[in-house]
Ligand binder design. Structure first.
Ligand SMILES: *[C@@H]1O[C@H](CO)[C@@H](O)[C@H](O)[C@H]1NC(C)=O
Length: 552
């Protein structure tokens, strides 16, 4: 986990016009700076002094000595009990070991497993992860897990950080007998517990009795269960392999149908049953394929998300990398979503495993804005329903009212490929008399592609550094060629207008569209002299001949 923002594939489209991404990065940083200015260092805990550290170390070693006796226990009743935030932090301060330049090697070398959080005091995401890490530390200790949870202030101890290859913040590393691997799980306390247990020898929890299953159910809102009479055989082995490969779901194994029914009421009375359970609408999904690791993982990748997933910083990477490449996004305020949620779930069920439904809080600027900018809707307060096809990087917009019927129709057409992709456009300007014709996304076909004339098109953005100089030249060219009835000089603001046939990535760009063939515009170098540009145009207007110096 590094302090960079995940980019959904389709956000790359924004790079065509460039501006949204730039503005977005600027925005994020401004917010971050503001937060820092207001709140000071995000992490309150002081690194402990030497004596305190030694005392901590001793305490942890004592705790571990006691805990290791419990190690073989598969499930503890108390694990994950909800604590108040203050309690969690206090308890975690004892459990999470604060490393420094002197102690870090010793701790990593002396312990079989160390989960290390490298953080920086000013980093917002580190601050958000800290209580989750603390909660995980508490739970893991209660479960008797052998892992030592530690953190390192990488800003205060840069040498230690760089020797551990901590480069971004926050970074989570698991050291196994001194060898590190990057953390690949989710970012809630529960996620950290699940991942850590998987990597420290407990890929699956075994539930032996009805009370155990009931206790487990209270504390886990999503899990995978496997029913295997004897816990052996090829199917069971594939199940275990899947549990070890997967990084985020808790797997449980059972051998008793009665115990399994507590978790999955319709469990089939057969050997080798596998299903996923979620604490929502679409609660129980049975696996129907052949018991192969890959097939099981595919099934989970499609089914682990709820019918409607709320986008957060923590799950955004998982959402963007979902194998379900058609995604429907609803941008709304929380209140509006609450009203829409149930009907939306009903629609989502009809497109299950084909279209992923994602909700984004429209007030969360960091998450919503980059998407809304793709549609030129960054200032809207209304519900926006949009869709993305991540296979072909296309985006779509529901232009009708966002009521369930319309959303369902929109999804059907998304699935069948009948939707027209969305392209940004400013309103059509009223500029009949202008010497330079203004083209927008909506008029690109008519004014450029279908025009019988030669066209010189200036593609610019308001923020590009060299655009102004080129604009001035284009104005001079317009003056020079004003009497040519065979040439139109036009410009388009590429930050606010898109067209599938306009694929420009640097600005300014000058394109010459010959009258007879609009499919292959010629790119003029913007760096040549004005005279060369005029010559170029002339050469294309007339088959022969050029322009004398005096004419410019
Ligand atoms: C770590 O090292 C110890 C001692 O050599 C060994 O017993 C243990 O199996 C090792 N752990 C792992 C996960 O390799």
């Amino acid at each position: 986990m590094v302090h960079t923002r995940p980019q959904p594939q389709f956000l790359n489209q924004a790079m065509v016009s460039g501006k949204p991404i730039l503005r977005f990065i600027f925005f994020t940083h401004t917010v971050l700076l503001l937060l820092l200015a207001l709140s000071g260092p995000a992490i309150a805990s002081e690194p402990a002094g030497e004596d305190a550290l030694d005392a901590d170390l001793e305490e942890i070693e004592e705790l571990l000595a006691v805990d290791s006796e419990l190690e073989q226990q598969t499930f503890s009743e108390d694990a994950g009990a909800k604590l108040s935030e203050a309690e969690v932090l206090t308890r975690a301060q004892r459990i999470v070991h604060e490393l420094n330049t002197d102690s870090y090697r010793k701790v990593i070398e002396k312990n079989e497993y160390v989960l290390l959080l490298g953080y920086a005091p000013w980093c917002q995401r580190s601050a958000e992860l800290m209580p989750q890490f603390a909660e995980a530390a508490t739970t893991l200790k209660e479960l008797g897990n052998p892992v030592v949870m530690a953190k390192l202030d990488a800003e205060r101890y840069p040498k230690a950080a760089s020797s551990l290859e901590i480069k971004g913040f926050p970074t989570l590393l698991l050291f196994t007998n001194g060898t590190s691997q990057f953390y690949t799980g989710g970012y809630s306390g529960e996620d950290i517990v699940i991942w850590t247990r998987k990597k420290t020898g407990v890929p699956v929890i075994r539930l032996n009795s009805v009370p155990e299953a009931e206790g487990f159910l209270k504390k886990n809102h999503i899990f995978v269960l496997g029913l295997f009479e004897k816990y052996k055989g090829p199917n069971y082995e594939e199940f275990i392999k899947a549990a070890k490969t997967d990084n985020e779901l808790q797997f449980v194994e059972l051998s008793d149908v009665e115990v399994a029914r507590v978790l999955f009421p319709d469990v089939a009375i057969s050997n080798n049953f596998l299903g996923i359970v979620k604490s929502e609408h679409e609660q129980y999904t049975k696996f129907e394929g052949a018991f192969k690791r890959k097939k099981i993982l595919q099934f989970l990748a499609i089914n682990k998300f709820p019918l409607v997933t709320k986008l957060t910083e923590a799950n955004s990477i998982r959402v963007y990398s979902s194998p379900v490449k058609l995604q429907l996004f609803v941008f709304a305020e929380e209140d509006d979503l609450q009203k829409l949620l149930e009907p939306l779930q009903d629609v989502a069920r009809k497109f299950k495993s084909k279209i992923m439904f994602v909700f984004v809080d429209i007030k969360d600027e960091n998450l919503a804005k980059p998407f809304l900018t793709l549609y030129g809707l960054e200032d809207t307060r209304d519900i926006v329903v949009a869709a993305f096809d991540n296979k072909i990087s296309s985006k779509y917009l529901l232009e009708a009212d966002p009521i369930p019927n319309n959303i369902e129709d929109f999804c059907s057409r998304l699935l069948s490929g009948a939707l027209s992709p969305f392209f940004k456009s400013q309103p059509v300007p009223d500029d009949a008399d202008a010497s330079i014709m203004v083209v927008v996304g909506k008029t690109f076909n008519e004014l450029i592609l279908e025009s019988p004339k030669n066209i010189l098109l200036e593609v610019y953005t308001p923020w590009c550094i060299n655009c102004e100089a080129t604009s001035k030249e284009v104005e001079k060219l317009a003056k020079h060629f004003k009497d040519s009835n065979n040439l139109v000089i036009a410009r388009i603001d590429a930050s606010a207008n898109e067209h599938p046939k306009l694929q420009v990535s640097d600005y300014p760009t000058l394109l010459f569209y010959p009258a007879r063939d609009k499919s292959n515009p010629t790119k003029l170098s913007t760096k040549t002299s004005l005279k060369d540009k005029a010559n170029f145009i002339n050469k294309h207007l007339k088959a022969k001949g050029s322009i004398s110096k005096d004419e410019l």
